[in-house]
Ligand binder design. Structure first.
Ligand code: NAD
Ligand code: TYD
Length: 345
């Protein structure tokens, strides 16, 4: 199998490339990534380029280059992870989200169709379903009701991918997973941002009342789910992937502080995110019943291990924070904290 992984220098992508190189050593992996602020070659520094692994720097919107790579490497399957992935950034500037997430997916789908690949996995998110009340969980047939430009762009890409199955017979499967955590996550997302703020004894910005609930999925569990869908998932089908670990943000943040031995007084409640989804929860029965997948890692252990990664690798996160991200951090994270108010519940 010659497989193209887009976004392989990002958080989930780099974990997936490493995982695949380990569990399917005979496969040829091509990692196609634009290296935006979120993409980092250092995430895969332990994987030497060679006959089994190669990296191509490119934009998924670059039709010519995408087609060339599929041809030149005789690609037989695609796992599409490349995306603009941060909700807060999509609120500040939706344009690049539409361009990369929707148009980039269209370019890739057309190229994959031309190359007659045997599988196209569209990696999506539970955020396409919108927000839940206090009970219930998303199933694959829940209506799409995205709240942010990010989730709307992912919903658009999902529908486009499924249309390529129905219209052209491209063997597409869509995965919709909950919030991932683990090694190499970019420090703009909740868990790594809180760990890094806490390590520096800096305030931890919690949006709104901290009562929003997310379901946390260990990135390595997610990698196993992606492989199951890639190898055995049915074409034209959607598979929800969840972590069975629902937590209120405030409880998760307190847990991180406890792991790091830092005081809860570092928590600062800040202005809420506009359109902030209250609760996500995934019903992952379909992938369990059809493909025998279920999450194996417990959140408590996973959080400890993740915190340990950031404690042990300050060079890595200082470097990824020193580039383009610095100005985002200064204006957004510090900006929110300057207007901080409220008190912990
Ligand atoms: P990330 O932001 O860490 O990485 C994204 C990667 O895509 C980066 O390496 C970046 O350089 C690359 N990229 C961005 N624009 C590109 C373009 N135009 N052309 C080529 N490469 C480009 O994201 P992540 O958290 O690893 O998420 C990966 C995928 O999983 C995304 O599709 C995201 O929507 C989805 N997802 C993520 C989560 C999560 O919790 N992180 C949850 C559900 C779904
Ligand atoms: P995030 O990691 O951005 O993922 P998503 O928005 O895709 O779920 O945020 C996870 C939750 O944490 C979400 O409810 C927003 C909240 N949050 C904060 O309270 N403070 C922060 O600084 C960030 C980045 C997120």
């Amino acid at each position: 199998m010659n497989i193209l992984i887009t976004g392989g220098c990002g958080f989930i992508g780099s974990n997936f490339v490493r995982f695949l190189a380990h569990v399917r050593p005979a496969w040829k992996i091509v990692n196609y990534d634009k290296l935006t602020y979120a993409g980092n070659l250092e995430n895969l520094a332990d994987l030497a380029p060679g006959a089994r692994y190669s990296f191509v720097r490119g934009d998924v919107c670059n039709r010519e280059l995408v087609e060339h790579v599929l041809r030149a490497h005789e690609i037989s399957a695609v796992v599409h992870l490349a995306a603009e992935s941060h909700v807060d950034r999509s609120i500040l500037d939706p344009h690049v989200f539409l361009s990369t997430n929707v148009l980039g997916t269209q370019v890739l789908l057309e190229a994959a169709l031309r190359a007659q690949v045997s599988k196209f996995v569209q990696v999506s998110t539970d955020e396409v379903y919108g927000s839940l009340g206090e009970t219930g969980a998303f199933t694959e047939t829940s209506p799409l009701c995205p709240s942010s430009p990010y989730s709307a762009s992912k919903a658009g890409a999902d529908l486009l991918a499924l249309s390529f199955y129905r219209t052209y017979g491209l063997p597409v499967s869509v995965t919709r997973c909950s919030n991932n955590y683990g090694r190499f996550q970019f420090p703009e997302k909740l868990i790594p941002l809180m760990i890094i703020q806490a390590l520096g004894d800096q305030p931890l910005p919690v949006y709104g009342d901290g009562g929003n609930v997310r379901d946390w999925l260990h990135v390595e569990d997610h990698c196993e789910a992606l492989l199951a869908v890639l190898e055995r998932g049915r074409a034209g089908e959607i598979y929800n992937v969840g972590g069975e670990a629902e937590r209120r943000n405030i409880d998760l943040v307190k847990q991180i502080l406890a792991i790091l031995g830092k005081p809860e007084r570092l928590i600062k409640f800040v202005e809420d995110r506009p359109g902030h989804d209250r609760r996500y929860a995934i019903h992952a029965g379909k992938i369990g019943a059809e493909l025998g997948w279920s999450p194996r890692r417990r959140l408590e252990e996973g959080l400890r291990e993740t915190a340990g990664f950031y404690v042990d690798n300050p060079g890595w996160w200082r470097r990824v924070m020193s580039g383009e991200y610095r100005s985002y951090y200064e204006s957004q994270v510090r900006g929110r904290l300057m207007g901080a108010g409220g008190s912990p519940t």
